[in-house]
Ligand binder design. Structure first.
Ligand code: ADP
Length: 281
């Protein structure tokens, strides 16, 4: 989805994708009555007009609980990128609602939406998106800075040690490996205790072993910190770290696999790509 820069809104730092946030050092369990971390109701998004109209999302309904880890898969062009951008408030649906922690974000004006993204959504991207001129620790605290919150160095250090980089806070991203940079991005995504962390192909640029380490950290963020993670991936092994895999085809959710294993995910993907175009709707 990094290729869709044209559809992204950027803030004054050009950083809104990651000028959001994430988490904390203490587990937090939502109250039993709490609203879902994120909820989509009848979300539709089309591009173009007339005969050229593309129905990128045809009416997405879903609710994801706090403390859940969901993978989203689907063939190229199935709507994954559009889904992620609408769910994360980077793009607006044509109709339907997106509620973040119970709040309808589709009703917000642009400024409020930007504020909300910075403080209540965390992002992890394939390309890490760290600022090279800042130290690792400053990168982790950046969402707090952008949100106008107090920069919590103690929390940043705690998160860095959780991702195994406790000794690297004063380094610059360029001095770290790709896997280490992605771990910094995870710490950054957690710093503000967001409602949801969106991860967009977070292991796409990593080798298999490093990818496993990064996925295990996302899993740990869910299990130990109560984070809510939504991850778009095309890798069945990556998807198997989630609690549940949603499959998109033709702009609709066409399958929902709980307790995924690499094999069951791969089998569903094969079945999906064999599906005739348009059958999803
Ligand atoms: P995926 O991420 O699964 O590859 P996308 O969400 O990028 O799918 O795209 C879903 C559909 O919407 C595709 O048919 C794609 O060509 C179309 N689409 C996406 N972005 C645009 C755009 N900016 N303009 C026109 N069509 C678009």
């Amino acid at each position: 989805m990094a290729r869709r820069q044209d559809r992204r809104r950027t803030d004054e730092f050009g950083t809104d994708q990651y000028g959001t946030d994430a988490y904390g050092t203490a587990p937090y369990a939502p109250a039993p009555h709490a609203a879902p971390a994120i909820e989509l109701r009848g979300v539709r998004r089309t591009y173009g007009r007339g005969e050229a109209t593309v129905h990128a999302l045809r009416g997405i309904d879903l609710a994801l609980a706090h403390g859940s880890f969901t993978a989203v898969m689907g063939p190229s062009g199935s709507g994954k990128s559009t889904f992620l951008q609408c769910a994360a408030g980077l793009d607006r649906p044509d109709s339907g609602q997106v509620r973040l922690g119970g709040e309808d974000i589709t009703a917000l004006n642009e400024n409020r939406l930007t504020e909300l993204r910075r403080s209540r959504i965390g992002f992890v991207f394939q390309s890490f998106n760290l600022l090279p001129s800042l130290t690792v620790e400053q990168n982790v605290m950046l969402p707090q800075r952008l949100a106008g919150e107090r920069q919590d160095r103690g929390r940043a250090r705690e998160l860095l040690s959780r991702v195994g980089l406790g000794e690297h806070g004063r380094r610059r991203p360029g001095q770290l490996s790709g896997g280490q940079q992605q771990r910094v991005a995870i710490a950054r995504a957690l710093i503000t205790r967001p409602d949801v962390v969106f991860a967009d192909e977070p292991t796409g640029a990593l080798d298999t072993r490093t990818a496993h380490e990064v996925l295990a950290l996302l899993r740990q963020a869910v299990d130990s910190l109560g984070a809510t993670v939504v991850m778009v991936t095309h890798d069945p092994v990556a998807a198997s770290f989630a609690d549940r895999v949603l499959f998109l085809a033709g702009g609709a959710i066409v399958d929902d696999l709980p307790h995924p294993s690499p094999q069951t995910v791969a089998d569903r993907m094969v079945a999906l790509t064999a599906r005739p175009v348009g059958a999803a709707a």
